[in-house]
Every structure is written in C-alpha cells, then in structure tokens.
Design a protein around this ligand. Structure first.
Ligand code: OOG
Ligand code: NI
Length: 459
C-alpha cells in the first residue's frame, strides 16, 4: 500500500496552485506580489529584531506566501460539498460572519487549519460566502436565480470521485493528491463566458452586484488572494506609485506597536471583458481584485468587545464630508483607549498568549526548589515569556469594507442585520467552530505544557 500524503501538504500544494493560476489570470496581482516582496525585504533590512523573531519561528522563507483567498457560493449543496473538499486539505469551517448588516446578501465562514502545527506548515484559508437568495426582494428574480444555480455543477466529476476516495481511504497518495489539487483548482477558475444573457445579468446586477457575480458564471471564481505584508502602511502608500488603484483606507485597527487582529487593504476590482450566453454579446464584469494583510494578536472576548466598541465609535464620528485622512485620525483617536503594551494586554486579559520558557536554567531551579507552579510569578521573574497568539480569522466590518470597495458600484442596498447561523450550518451540514474558544484552548494547552514540564522537574 502506498502511503498517504499529509493534509497539510495537500493544502500547501493547493495554495501554490491557486497562486499560479491567479497570477496568470490577473496580471495586476503579480504586480502586488512584487510590491509586497519589496516592502517585506526593506522592512526586514530595517528591522533586524523582527528578522530574528521570524527566523526563530521558522517563518522567514514563507513570508511572501498567500495567506488567504475568497470565494462566493450559490447553493447549500455547493457549500456542503466544499466543506468535504476542504477537509481533505485540513481546512475546517471556523467562525460565522453575517455580512447582511453591511449591505451584502451573504453569510460566511473561513475554512482554515485549526491546530498550531498545521498553521505553521501552511496557514492558507479560504473566506467562503454563501449567497442568501432569500434576501432578493423580487420573487420572480429570486426564482430565476435559484433555477440557474440549480443547474450548474461547480466541481469536475473527477474532483468528486477523488473526494469520495479520500473519505473512504482516509486520505490520498501522492499522485492522487496532485490530481486532486489540479481538479479542485478548476472549480475556482475564471470563466469569461457568462451562463446568462445580457438581460438577466443586468437584472441580477440591479438586485445586487454580488448576486450577478455569483449567479452569472459557471463556478465560484476565486475573487482575490492575499499575501502577508510586514508593513501594510508602506504597502498602501506604494500601490498608487506602481499604478495600482488602492482602496481608500486600511481596514481594521490602526497601526500600533503591538499589532492586534487583522489589518487589510486591497486594490480595486478590475473591469473584465465577458461574453453573454445566447448571442455572445460582449459585456463587462467587475469582481476580481488583490488584497494584502498584516496580522496581530488574537483578542479575548473582552478585547474583542473593546475593539468593536471603539470601531463603532470611529464610524459614528464620520460626517458627510469625511475623507480617508480624517478616518485615520479618528481611528487613532478612538483607539488611544486600547492598551498598546504587552503587559497591559496580558494582565487585563485583552489578548491570548502562548507561554514559553525564556530562561531554562532558572526554570529548572524554580521547579527543583519545590515551589508550587505559579505562572504569574515565573513571568514576573522573566523566566517565562508570554507571546501573543496570532489572529487567524477575519473581521466582519473589515470584510464588508473589502466587499464594498470591490463591487464596482457606489450605491449599495442594505439589509437589516439578519444573522442566521443555524441556516448557514444547516447548509454546511456541520457546525462552525467558535474561533475564540480555539484561541482559549491554544493558550490553555501552552500553560498545561509548561505546568507538566515544571511538575516533571519537581523533587
Ligand atoms: C470576501 C471579502 C472578505 C476579507 O479578507 O475580509 C475577505 C469577498 O469579497 O468575497 O476576504
Ligand atoms: Ni480577503
């Protein structure tokens, strides 16, 4: 029997395959990757300490790799099958995001690796949205969209076969894994031929641009990929210099000494030539773009509540004539209240941490002395160090900002807040994991490991 490939390796191959395809499909994405690589190189040159930390964490070679992509699905069946496909690559649904609040008729999850070891191998995740047809007001158009979606098959027959095979055999061998990645990549390919007529596309567009994007095509084209930058503000400033149309503001928290959560920016979606079904009328469609991200500490529920409150404050301070420059100033003013000091973040339990022994000899000595395990005391003595856990998820307000800036139109309909996690999970045929619980577990596991190591050294 040939041996099975680790799911983390399949995910790494998949993210590479997606990157190669997207670079070919969207040349401007290649420009963005070059820009990010230049900024990252310059940042590392100016900051040897950061370089050392990344080197120690084994991250230096992977800096410029894509961290996430996004797709939009049309039906519950597509979502349920996508879950099975991603599972084979070690990606599981984490978090529920209601985007209806932001005027986008979808709800979403992120398929991502969960345990720390898998994240270290390759953190690639896919932000996956499901269209909510029930939010289309016109019943006739809603029905029509439903019928169009019911007819399409987004996976190749071979991708489905290999998925089943992986499920029954508990994995794939190397040739099968390579074929699986090739076949699954097909699902996310761009199709310049719409499956609908010009008329229908216009009607769908009028209902919501996102509805047209999901319903008019043969499959869920990847709509962006996102590499990691070490300095998002520098990258944002560099985009226009290289002829890339950046969105107005960086989403998320302001620049800080100790980054929290996630900061993102993107270049605006390109207008691409398409042809309509039937008579082959030429047309245009705007959906695909490039994005960059910079990640910081995962926040506890208390930290997240503070973040949400401050962000709400920033938004309510906006006035009609506000500019991007004002936004930065408001953001910084509001977030002055969010401690930017590791001890404060730790002691006020605003962020999650991993604990590591910094001084092994002193640790051994403390344990050997017979004193009880006291994490706070070990930290105070500098024997144990706390490192923030990286936030691996998304932010609904930021996601909404990314969606909005890439729908190609100014005016967007809004919907009443309408979270429907149960409906989403019914479509997914599985629950989504609670991301905050995952960080809490990861923190606890690092404490437990220290405690065990300590106990083993006790007299
Ligand atoms: C997804 C937008 C959300 C992010 O990084 O927050 C997202 C989409 O436009 O389909 O990718
Ligand atoms: Ni994104």
């Amino acid at each position: 029997m040939s041996s099975l490939v680790n799911s983390d390796q399949i995910r790494a191959q998949f993210s590479q395959s997606m990157s190669a395809m997207y670079r070919q499909e969207v040349p401007q994405y290649g420009t963005l990757l070059d820009l990010v690589a230049d900024i990252n190189r310059a940042t590392l040159e100016q900051n040897p300490e950061l370089r050392r930390q990344l080197e120690e964490a084994g991250e230096l070679e992977r800096i410029d790799l894509e961290r996430h992509g996004a797709i939009r699905l049309g039906t519950p069946e597509e979502l349920a099958t996508m879950r099975r496909v991603f599972r084979i690559m070690g990606m599981h649904p984490v978090g529920y995001y209601d985007l209806s609040v932001a005027g986008v008729p979808v709800h979403s999850t992120a398929f991502r690796p969960i345990d720390d070891a898998a994240l270290r191998v390759n953190p690639f995740r896919v932000f996956t949205s499901l269209l909510r047809l029930e939010l289309i007001a016109d019943p006739e158009l809603r029905d029509q969209a439903r019928q169009i979606l019911a007819r399409r098959r987004i996976f190749t027959p071979r991708a489905l076969e290999l998925t089943q095979l992986a499920e029954s055999a508990g994995g794939l061998d190397a040739p099968q894994a390579a074929e699986f990645v090739r076949e699954v990549t097909q699902t996310f390919r761009w199709h310049a031929e719409a499956t609908v007529s010009h008329d229908t596309h216009q009607q769908l567009n009028a209902a919501h641009r996102l509805v047209a994007d999901v319903v008019s095509f043969k499959g869920p084209h990847i709509n962006h990929l996102t590499p990691r930058t070490l300095d998002i503000d520098a990258a944002q400033a560099e985009m226009p210099r290289r002829g890339v149309a950046a969105k107005d503001v960086v989403e998320g928290p302001p620049r800080r000494r100790h980054p929290i959560l996630l900061r993102q920016t993107s270049f605006k979606a390109l207008e691409e030539a398409i042809v309509f079904a039937g008579d082959g009328t030429p047309g245009a469609h705007t959906a695909r773009f490039g994005e960059i991200e910079q990640r910081g500490a995962a926040l506890t529920r208390a930290g997240r509540a503070l973040y949400d409150r401050l962000l709400g404050q920033v938004r309510s301070m906006a006035s009609a004539g506000s500019t991007a420059g004002d936004y930065q100033a408001r953001l910084e003013a509001a977030f002055a209240e969010f401690p930017d000091d590791l001890d404060a973040l730790h002691d006020q339990q605003l962020a999650f941490f991993h604990y590591r022994v910094r001084d092994a000899a002193a640790f051994d000595q403390a344990a050997g002395s017979g004193a009880a395990f006291d994490l706070a005391a070990l930290r105070r003595a500098g024997i144990v160090e706390a490192h923030p856990i990286v936030y691996e998820d998304f932010l609904p307000v930021s996601a909404a900002g990314i969606f909005q800036s890439n729908l190609g139109g100014a005016e967007q309909k809004s919907y009443a807040a309408n979270a429907a996690q149960e409906l989403f999970e019914a479509a997914l045929q599985a629950p989504v994991a609670d991301e905050i619980a995952l960080y809490a577990q990861s923190q606890q596991a690092s404490i437990d490991a220290l405690r065990q190591r300590y106990a083993a050294l006790q007299p």
